[in-house]
Design a binder for this molecule. Structure first.
Ligand SMILES: [Zn+2]
Length: 120
C-alpha cells in the first residue's frame, strides 16, 4: 500500500477522509491532491450551442431555470464567450446589476446567446 488512499475499499467517505489525513500529514501536498480530484471529476456536456462534447462549466451560475438549463446544456467554452459578451453589454449600456431591469435585460440576451439556434 503506497498511499493511504489506495486500498480503502468499501468506504464511501474515503476521499474526504483521506484529504483530511493527507493534509494533516503533509499540508504542502494538498494542492496536488485537490488538483487530481478536480480533473478526475471534470464532467463533460454535449453542448447545445456549439454541438461539441466539452468540459461542463464549474458550477451552476445562478439559481433559476435559465441557470439550471445553462449548466446542464452549455459547455464552459461557450459560457466563457457569454461572459465576455455580457461584460461588453454591461459596459456599452452602463448597466447597474442591482437594477431588476438590467438583470432582466441580461437574462434575455443570455438566453438568446446560448440557446437560439441561428440558421437551423
Ligand atoms: Zn459549447
Amino acid at each position: 500500500m503506497s498511499a493511504p488512499w489506495n486500498g480503502s475499499k468499501g468506504r464511501a467517505d474515503a476521499s474526504v477522509h483521506d484529504i483530511v489525513l493527507g493534509f494533516r500529514r503533509s499540508p504542502n501536498r494538498l494542492d496536488h491532491i485537490l488538483r487530481d480530484i478536480y480533473f478526475a471529476h471534470m464532467p463533460t456536456v454535449h453542448c447545445s450551442r456549439c454541438g461539441q462534447d466539452r468540459d461542463q462549466m464549474a458550477f451552476q451560475p445562478f439559481q433559476n431555470d435559465l441557470g439550471k438549463r445553462a449548466f446542464e446544456e452549455i459547455c464552459s467554452v461557450c459560457w466563457a464567450e457569454w461572459l465576455k459578451t455580457q461584460q461588453q453589454l454591461i459596459n456599452h449600456y452602463g448597466l447597474n446589476l442591482r437594477e431588476p431591469k438590467a438583470k432582466e435585460f441580461l437574462f434575455q440576451n443570455m438566453e438568446q446567446f446560448l440557446f437560439s439556434r441561428v440558421g437551423s
